[in-house]
Ligand binder design. Structure first.
Ligand code: SAM
Length: 276
């Protein structure tokens, strides 16, 4: 199938063969956020998901807001190096934009496996200093940790913030996400950070869960939701900061949520840990 390409989706520098024969989670997420780095096939699947679970776009925005709060907290803590695993298609409020507003010397290594997200990121970031984009699979931590875009930018003798934001639910149980994160943890020194958020289906009706997961099952990126009770295993070795693993909207919100708000509840949890 010939993908429908939007004029501004410049894929120059594409490495690897993007799978445009079916929808992809990176590009669906971009669509939820109002981006344009997506194809008709992604938009159709995303619309189906929105019809199934109307809170999906709100959740995506809440997740991006958490990302911003986590980056700012890292800088408050003096951590100005970021390894952003599953960084996605660059959109509003990227890590380097937030970080460089506060600390222009901050360094950001973006990592994603999706060729179109990577090509788009490379094009948008080509004039940025102190930013790199690496195409790699985060479940091969040794590959990521030895990639030039990572080793030439980040100083592993100083604290690093590992960001795994809304990505581990694409890692299957047999790939052992906790062990993957432990490899990154062991490459980092004391004072380093792990910030993560993860999709959960807690509080959703079973029929909604079945329909929603079936949509992602048809993509190259099926989703594996995990309950908040699995957060501690993923954060092994880190001191988890208050309020602990909580729903993403409840993690140190800039504005306290209105209990009477009709805003749908985000089906993602978030947590932030510091390596002692
Ligand atoms: C939902 S998006 C999240 C983007 C960004 N972290 C955020 O929170 O806004 C998930 C991203 O993770 C990427 N991804 C999924 N599995 C991955 C893997 N095993 N290695 C690297 N990237 C992965 C996808 O390509 C997609 O761009």
């Amino acid at each position: 199938m010939s993908p429908e390409r939007q004029s501004h989706l410049d894929l120059a520098g594409l490495t690897g063969d993007p799978d445009t024969s079916g929808p992809n989670a990176a590009r669906m997420y971009d669509y939820y956020l109002g981006g344009s780095a997506n194809f008709a096939v992604d938009r159709a699947a995303a619309e189906e998901q929105i019809a199934t679970l109307p809170s999906v776009a709100t959740t995506a925005r809440a997740n991006r807001a958490f990302l911003g709060r986590a980056v700012r907290l890292c800088l408050d803590l003096g951590v100005n190096q970021f390894l952003d695993l599953g960084s996605g298609v660059p959109t509003v409020g990227n890590v380097h934009e937030i970080a460089h507003q506060i600390d222009p010397t901050a360094r950001i290594a973006y990592v994603d496996r999706e060729p179109i997200a990577v090509a788009h990121a490379r094009r948008l970031l080509r004039d940025e200093s102190r930013v790199s984009v690496t195409q790699a699979d985060l479940t091969s931590p040794r590959t990521v940790l030895t990639a030039p875009g990572v080793t030439e930018l980040l100083d592993f003798t100083r604290p690093i913030a590992v960001l795994a934001i809304s990505v581990l639910h694409f890692v299957r149980d047999e790939q052992d996400p906790a062990a993957v994160l432990a490899t990154y943890r062991d490459a980092c020194v004391s004072g380093s950070v792990l910030a993560l958020s993860h999709t959960t289906t807690e509080n959703l009706a079973p029929a909604t869960v079945d329909r929603g997961l079936a949509i992602y099952q048809r993509t190259s990126t099926p989703v594996i939701p995990r309950p908040i009770s699995e957060a501690p295993a993923l954060l092994t070795g880190y001191d988890v900061l208050a309020p602990g693993p909580v729903r993403v909207t409840e993690w140190r919100p800039d504005v306290e949520p209105d209990p009477d708000s009709a805003e749908p509840v985000a089906n993602t949890w978030a947590a932030f840990g510091i390596l002692p």
